[in-house]
Design a protein around this ligand. Structure first.
Ligand code: CP
Length: 336
């Protein structure tokens, strides 16, 4: 796949080779994220960061990635402070913003809105999450995390058992991750969700048509057993018609250290795209797991910067020029 000038909108764009290329370039970003070196690769370039839905990780890690490559970031946060609130179309907004920037990252509450925006953009647009549809860069950082955690544990990546747990209907991260993992051989997916929040048929068909085994259950304890990865998710309360309806499902699945000890393998990797909902009525991933060495959630969020640096380097066509634009780090840092 040729990346230069492309939008990054959906995992559908990628074959396995393209994903492996992104993960390989992401690995080359480690000296910069660990502050062993700094980069001036994108000096003079500008990113427009448009977040029309709340975000901590995606928004800040995209900005951090662009900054670490030497570029500058312009931010617009919230529809109410953009002219979308005055009825401007996504197409017109894209025409305008792409005149000011070299790349755009966008999050929006409507499925396919980022693709609609991209159709009007003259520069690469990266999808930071479009409603309940997709979150492709999260899936890339999730797969990077899975492969690096398996390596840490000395386990092969050749046959992977993954349980996806929670709100699989509305959770865009699990939609993108299932699509992405389906590109790799010999996957076994276990979809653990209440009947009303089960994985969309379309995504399950992608997994099955790629030759993978899938099982569907509402039962948390059986879903946790014999898994290499348990990927917990938050009930996406912002996608429900009422809070009362969301509350029917919050707290249904709670992974705690005693539950992990009882049902998971001792080396099961625990993941979550974050934010976890730590309020007592939800608490799907208990903080009593914080000292569990297989809790990968913060390594996962750290990996987002490397993946997003790789994507910027690829879509801006500079992935082979890193060595030419590196410089020493002169300030104190204990990140290494
Ligand atoms: N994982 C994720 O998308 O987190 P934010 O909503 O904080 O960006």
């Amino acid at each position: 796949m040729e990346f230069q000038g492309q939008h990054i909108l959906s995992i559908d764009q990628f074959d396995r080779e393209a994903v492996e290329n992104i993960l390989r370039v992401a690995e080359q970003m480690a000296p910069y994220t660990s502050r062993q070196k700094r980069s001036t690769l994108l000096e003079g370039a500008t990113l427009a960061s448009l977040f029309f839905e709340p975000s901590t990780r995606t928004r800040i890690s995209f900005a951090s990635a662009f900054n670490l490559l030497g570029g500058k970031v312009m931010e617009t946060v919230g529809i109410d402070i953009s002219s979308l609130s005055k009825g401007e179309s996504l197409f017109d907004t894209a025409q305008v913003v792409s005149g000011y920037a070299d790349a755009v990252v966008m999050r929006h509450s409507e499925a396919f809105s980022v693709a609609e925006f991209a159709a009007g953009s003259r520069v690469p647009v990266l999808n930071g999450g479009d409603g309940a549809n997709e979150h492709p860069t999260q899936a890339l950082l999730d797969s990077y995390t899975i492969f690096s955690e398996l390596k840490r544990l000395g386990k092969p990546a050749s046959k992977l058992r993954v349980a996806l747990v929670g709100d699989l209907k509305n959770g865009r991260t699990v939609h993108s991750l299932s699509r992405l993992l389906s590109l790799f051989p010999k996957m076994e997916f276990t979809f653990v969700a209440p009947n009303a929040l089960t994985m969309p048929e379309k995504i399950m068909a992608i997994c099955e048509n790629a030759g993978h085994r899938i099982s569907i259950t509402q039962d948390f304890s059986s879903g946790l057993q014999n898994q290499d990865v348990v990927y917990m998710t938050r009930v996406q309360e912002e996608r429900f018609d009422t809070q009362e309806e969301a509350n029917l499902y919050r707290g249904k699945y709670r992974l705690t250290q005693p539950i992990y000890d009882q049902y998971c393998n001792p080396d099961t990797i625990i993941m979550h795209p974050l934010p976890r909902d730590s309020r007592p009525e939800a608490n799907e991933l208990s903080d009593d797991l914080n000292r569990n060495p297989n809790l990968a959630i913060f390594r996962q969020s750290d990996n987002g910067v490397k993946i997003r640096m790789a994507l910027f380097a690829l879509v801006l066509g500079v992935e082979n020029k890193l060595a030419q634009y590196e410089a020493p780090v002169t300030w104190y840092s204990n990140k290494s």
